[in-house]
Design a protein around this ligand. Structure first.
Ligand SMILES: Nc1ncnc2c1ncn2[C@@H]1O[C@H](COP(=O)(O)OP(=O)(O)OP(=O)(O)O)[C@@H](O)[C@H]1O
Length: 529
């Protein structure tokens, strides 16, 4: 009967183990999923300045390794901790019942335990934070080298890169070992303090038993007291190990929550831009310096109107701030001085999403995603029909080169579009923007990677799309390509951070080249075009 009863109890305990494992796994995985999602969503909300300052690897480490540490702490560590606390509480009550005097004496081991936990705990937390930061740098390095392996290889950089990676890995290792050593000191000190308590109990307890027995307590009581004390000391020791591990987690959790709680510096306004009509853009006394290089002004009192439906070429030498004007128009950064208006509204008063819906950009270095050509085009507008996608692909001459691939528009382009040529990538980016049908179109030297014939085809396509979808305000920023400049009906010259010349109507290039006062003439002469 007793054996059967015991077996039933074991079965119930087994069921408890199963339930605990299942519940812990569920809780842990749900915590990880929720943390990752919230973290990722908040990373995406951050302003461009944040990404100028933060390394990608650091963010990836927060999403992976840091979250993983928190998961194990919140499941395994917390459960073990609760169990040890119950054991310590239960064991202590037994101690109290057996001998209140000896229990009071055993308490002398507690202050050193707390002191050790405080002292080493703080150091472990700091070191673990450093481990996670160094891990972030290691991830950044690996990601940079692997995604640019062709460049690394062409410069015979493999050995150098492997050595740099090794150095970073060693820094992670050294910090992790240092944290482990502090943990070991914590465990060791707790062990000594807890066992010193046992010695005190033995010394005082034996005198309480008295020579030959007959004292305050029986030898049996002392033996039980010592056994309970060992049990309590063992659980206090495992609590200290858990405390060390919780301190590690605090380092990682701090990094996660600092980012989950971070409010982006660029806050969206509430205004909306209704309708699909052409919108004008106006730069009013705009001054700007990149926050990471605050002492170097890039723009300085830029005044420029882009009337609705106008086609403006923004011309200026390399690095003069043309792309920066585009970034400001998209409100990736806020102007340091002055304001930018779209459709008469200050862009700081508009919802950032509403603003970006109205501006389509072909970037200087177009970025494609690791999906098919067609999906990359469809990224331009989520509700576009198949027909519209094909129309955009045709207009930007994507169909011409895609039909030479066995899978046509369904060809996968590889990570960042590595399986396409520079010009092909740019054509896909143009198709994506054509599909977007935004009233303001920004070409950041979009035609630089296109050959003359494709460039002509693309600009004609833009014209035809325009006649299909209505007038667009286009801004083409271009360093020197005269054929592109002349296709615009206005030319604005950017120099020294301000607009120094605005040409409208028929542009007589020959005369301007002769004119020593004309910045545009000077620019063209310098470029020898
Ligand atoms: N994220 C950034 N952080 C700090 N400085 C930057 C950043 N982006 C650009 N700059 C600096 O701002 C200046 C203007 O750059 P911008 O890209 O606007 O030039 P650009 O006229 O478009 O040049 P290009 O014709 O060569 O593309 C440059 O001196 C550049 O080094």
């Amino acid at each position: 009967m007793a054996a059967a009863g015991l077996f039933s109890l074991i079965c119930i305990a087994g069921g408890g183990v199963i339930a605990r494992q299942i519940l812990l796994t569920k809780a842990g995985e749900k915590i990880v999923a929720a943390l990752r999602t919230r973290l990722f969503e908040n990373i995406l909300r951050q302003e461009a300045e944040f990404f100028d300052k933060t390394r990608t690897g650091d963010l990836v480490t927060r999403l992976t390794a840091d979250v993983q540490l928190v998961q194990s702490a919140l499941t395994t560590d917390v459960v073990n901790g609760v169990r040890s606390i119950i054991m310590v509480a239960g064991g202590s009550s037994l101690l109290l019942v057996t001998s209140p005097t000896l229990t009071a004496i055993s308490l002398i081991s507690l202050p050193p335990v707390f002191m050790a936990a405080r002292h080493f705990g703080a150091q472990i937390k700091k070191l673990q934070k450093e481990v996670q930061e160094e891990l972030g740098m290691t991830t950044t390095k690996a990601e940079e080298v692997i995604s640019n392996l062709k460049t690394v290889r062409s410069f015979n950089g493999e050995i150098l890169e492997a050595r740099e990676y090794e150095e970073k890995v060693h820094r992670v290792r050294d910090r992790a070992i240092a944290a482990g050593i502090k943990g070991a000191y914590l465990d060791g000190s707790v062990h000594v303090a807890a066992n010193a308590g046992l010695f005190a109990i033995l010394a005082v307890g034996s005198s309480m038993v008295g020579v030959g027995g007959g004292g305050e307590i029986t030898p049996g009581d002392l033996a039980s007291f010592l056994m309970y004390s060992l049990f309590v000391a063992g659980n206090v020791a495992s609590l200290s190990t858990l405390y060390g591990s919780l301190q590690k987690t605090k380092g990682a959790a701090g990094r996660i929550f600092e980012l989950i709680d971070r409010e982006p510096l660029i806050q969206s306004g509430n205004g909306e831009l209704e309708g699909q009509q052409a919108l004008g853009v106006s730069f009013q006394n705009v001054g700007f310096a990149y926050p990471t290089r605050g002492e170097v002004p890039v723009l300085n009192g830029v005044n420029l109107e882009f009337p609705p439906g106008s086609h403006t070429a923004l011309v200026g030498s390399s690095g003069c701030g043309k792309s920066t004007m585009g970034a400001l128009l998209l409100r990736l950064y806020d102007t340091t001085e002055g304001s930018i208006r779209v459709g008469g509204e200050d862009i700081r008063d508009l919802q950032t999403q509403a603003l970006r819906e109205k501006v389509a950009v072909v970037q200087q270095e177009p970025v494609l995603f690791a999906v098919s050509i067609k999906k990359n085009i469809a990224y331009g507008r989520s509700d576009a029909t198949e027909e519209e996608i094909l129309q955009a692909a045709d207009a930007a001459k994507v169909t011409d080169f895609a039909k030479t691939f066995p899978e046509g528009l369904d060809t996968m382009v590889g990570e960042r579009g590595v399986k396409l040529s520079g010009g092909q990538k740019q054509k896909v980016a143009v198709a994506r923007v054509l599909l977007r049908q935004a009233p303001i179109v920004l070409f950041d030297e979009a035609t630089s990677a296109l050959d003359a014939e494709s460039e002509h085809a693309v600009s004609t396509a833009i014209g035809s799309i325009e006649s299909l979808y209505g007038n667009k305000t286009t801004i083409i920023s271009v360093a020197h390509r005269l054929s592109t400049i002349l296709r615009a009906d206005r030319v604005a010259v950017l120099e020294g951070g301000r607009i120094v010349e605005l040409l409208e109507g028929d542009i007589d290039v020959e005369a301007l080249m002769e004119d020593p006062q004309s910045p545009f003439g000077k620019l063209i002469r310098r470029q020898k075009l």
